[in-house]
Design a protein around this ligand. Structure first.
Ligand SMILES: Cc1ncc(COP(=O)(O)O)c(C=O)c1O
Length: 235
């Protein structure tokens, strides 16, 4: 019995050792095949943005690549909010908006969705008029219920003096078209997309923001990348 245990232990040791060596060789081989490993990667992700532009039909000047939608949600808040500013959140929905608002010292005004998970546009309008929040986070399809925001509701909200961040993380599963191209018509709209759901590539964690404000900043018309045309925004 003791002999068997020792044998199995030794076997495990050797097998894991050999596997480790094989994996290391594989990693070295992959690293060795990179053409310019000593050069920083393109900080503007130009090739990636060009590919996304081709896929989406929206010019790459409007597109910003980030490390997952989570990073971009935080980035938007850092660009737009000062501590004490307000955002609108429509629960039940993705909880990162509330989390990142807390990280950025912002207050969250909650306008709960209706029983059918539709947006309460009347209450959203009221809150925006009276509380003057700087941005609203809308998710379509919504996490967790999958409901989609219709054009009428979205257009009404886009007419209000607020930066609208439309999170389309699950758009590929809805059968409806992305509103990415809407950013050309609506200066106060930012659309978020991600590969983590579409391609099941959680590890790649790449996502895009499309926004008119970002496009203008690239052409030198604005100083900050993501501001939106928001009368409630002092930036
Ligand atoms: C609605 C929604 N937006 C964004 C994300 C985060 O996406 P990413 O994996 O690109 O950070 C999630 C993740 O669950 C999500 O449900």
């Amino acid at each position: 019995m003791t002999f068997l245990c020792c044998f199995l232990f030794d076997l495990g040791f050797w097998v894991s050792g050999i596997l480790w060596v094989l994996i290391t060789l594989h990693v070295f081989e992959a690293l060795g095949s990179i053409k310019f490993p000593y050069v920083y990667p393109d900080p503007e992700s130009r090739r990636l943005r060009a590919a996304v532009a081709k896929d989406s039909g929206l010019e790459s000047d409007y597109i910003l690549a980030g490390c997952g939608a989570d990073e971009l949600i935080d980035l938007i808040m850092r660009c737009v909010l000062d501590p004490g500013d307000k955002i609108v959140d429509c629960p039940p929905t993705f909880t990162m908006y509330e989390f990142d608002a807390a990280v950025n010292g912002a207050l969250v005004i909650k306008v709960p969705r209706k029983a059918d998970f539709g947006l309460n546009v009347e209450q959203i309008t009221d809150v925006i008029e009276h509380e003057k929040p700087k941005c609203i986070f809308l998710t379509s399809p919504n996490n967790p219920d999958g409901s989609v925001i219709d054009d009428e509701a979205l257009l009404k909200i886009l007419e209000l003096p607020i930066l609208v961040v439309l999170d389309e993380a699950y758009i590929e599963f809805s059968g409806i078209e992305s509103r990415m191209k809407w950013v050309k018509k609506h200066e106060n709209l930012i659309v978020l997309r991600t590969f983590s759901k579409r391609a099941g590539k959680e590890n790649l964690h790449f996502s895009v923001v499309s926004s008119e404000a970002y496009q203008q900043s690239r052409r030198g018309h604005r100083t900050s990348a993501i501001t939106g045309n928001n009368p409630n925004t002092s930036a």
